[in-house]
Design a protein around this ligand. Structure first.
Ligand code: MN3
Length: 245
């Protein structure tokens, strides 16, 4: 148990916003502490269950990949986040040198980013034909047409950006709050390169653990498959939240 107060945990996750996702608050992403598995009594984050069965996204994303990705990799970020929060709380009360503080702040950014990214990732997918795939309607569909020219042009750019991430990272569709437009951006690791003022609304994990069992080195084939399970209803909801926030 970390014995973190709700306020401390909130503050720490708020700090992630500056260094990690640069978002205008978790609420703007449609994420609550509850959705992130915050356990008030234990004073730490827990790993939320997947919102569907491990094999729900077959054949596009296979059950074994989903099981390992969620139960092992995502769990690791939650564990790392709790560890970093705990160490930072310790440092605040007992003191410590600057390199130690920097070390744990980096761990917080990496693991907290990983926890948020994966939570958004799972919730942003649904079985093909049952909420997953197709194209966004309503305001998001119109906005994609306006900012990218067409849905096809957006899809091309989104997949190309994700395919081009060097090493491990993410591709994101995000609302750029200053310019008031949709943009596609890359993220390295779990937190780097996504710049300030963005509210990420759709992310695709391009770490090898997300696709290697089924697609091996064919990241492009995985990205094509991913488009069949994008839950556009949820992405549209995030878009509306980003606009209203
Ligand atoms: Mn991952």
């Amino acid at each position: 148990m970390n014995n973190l107060s709700r306020r401390e945990a909130l503050g720490a996750m708020g700090a992630l916003g500056a260094g990690t996702l640069a978002m205008g608050g978790l609420g703007r992403l449609g994420l609550s502490r509850e959705r992130l598995g915050w356990d008030e009594a234990a004073g730490e984050y827990t790993l939320p269950d997947l919102p569907y069965a491990y094999d729900a996204l077959e054949p596009h994303i296979d059950a074994q990949t989903m099981r390992i990705h969620h139960d092992k990799h995502h769990a690791g970020y939650v564990r790392g986040l709790n560890g970093a929060l705990s160490k930072l709380a310790e440092l605040r009360s007992a003191g410590g040198d600057q390199p130690t503080l920097q070390h744990w702040e980096r761990k917080l950014s990496f693991n907290g980013g990983g926890h948020i990214n994966h939570t958004l990732f799972w919730l942003g997918m649904a079985p093909a034909g049952s909420g997953g795939g197709g194209r966004p309607g309503d305001a998001l569909g119109e906005r994609i047409d306006r900012d990218f020219g067409s849905f096809d042009k957006f899809a091309w750019q989104f997949k190309a950006a994700a395919a081009g991430v060097e090493g491990s990272g993410w591709g994101w569709l995000a609302w750029e709050t200053l310019g008031q437009r949709l943009v596609v951006v890359q993220m390295e690791n779990q937190q780097k390169l996504l710049f300030a003022g963005l509210v990420p609304i759709l992310g695709v994990d391009v770490w090898e653990h997300a696709y290697y069992l089924k697609y091996q080195n064919q990241r492009g084939a995985y990205l094509d498959a991913f488009m069949n399970v994008v839950k556009w209803g949820e992405v549209s909801r995030r878009f509306r939240a980003a606009l209203g926030g």
